[in-house]
Design a protein around this ligand. Structure first.
Ligand code: FEO
Length: 165
């Protein structure tokens, strides 16, 4: 059985994962309308992945005897300066999510909820991968320095095709 404070913090993570999914959907939609089809494909897939994260939290809360609450989600931004700035926003958002996951880890340790502490390790690892992935994309954008965005977009299309959700 989950303690109330753990249930609350996991429910708040459900909202954050749902927002992540919608944020990346919004970025995908913007990219699609600007002609960046590969970038859009990558972001649509990433939005699905965030929805999957949200579902994992919902299932975990319910499996442990809590009540997963489906939250209202605030509207994400719909305009972005350019592709590079957009991916900087992705990185900042993922860093915020990492902090949020670390906060759950700290609360689980304080409360000696070793079951949730063990389960949440999946997301500790996931955040290392996500930040590294987005850092790699920003590195590529820095190398291109605004040039040959067609090549970048083709590369993103190839990456999206490889993603196994
Ligand atoms: Fe659900 Fe991108 O972290």
């Amino acid at each position: 059985m989950l303690k109330q404070n753990i249930e609350n913090i996991l429910n708040s993570q459900i909202e954050k994962e749902a927002y992540s999914s919608n944020l990346y959907l919004s970025m995908a939609s913007w990219s699609e309308n600007k002609g960046f089809e590969g970038t859009a494909a990558w972001l649509y897939e990433h939005a699905d992945e965030e929805r999957d994260h949200m579902l994992k939290f919902i299932k975990y809360v319910n499996d442990r005897g809590g009540n997963a609450i489906i939250p209202e989600i605030k509207m994400p931004p719909s305009e972005f300066n350019n592709v590079k700035d957009m991916f900087k926003e992705v990185l900042a958002h993922e860093q915020y999510i990492t902090e949020s996951i670390n906060n759950i880890v700290a609360i689980c340790m304080d409360d000696k909820d070793f079951t949730t502490l063990n389960w949440i390790q999946l997301f500790v690892t996931e955040q290392i991968e996500e930040e590294a992935l987005v850092n790699g994309i920003i590195d590529k954008l820095n190398l291109l320095d605004g040039n040959n965005m067609y090549l970048f977009d083709k590369d993103m299309k190839a990456e999206a095709a490889q993603t196994d959700l």
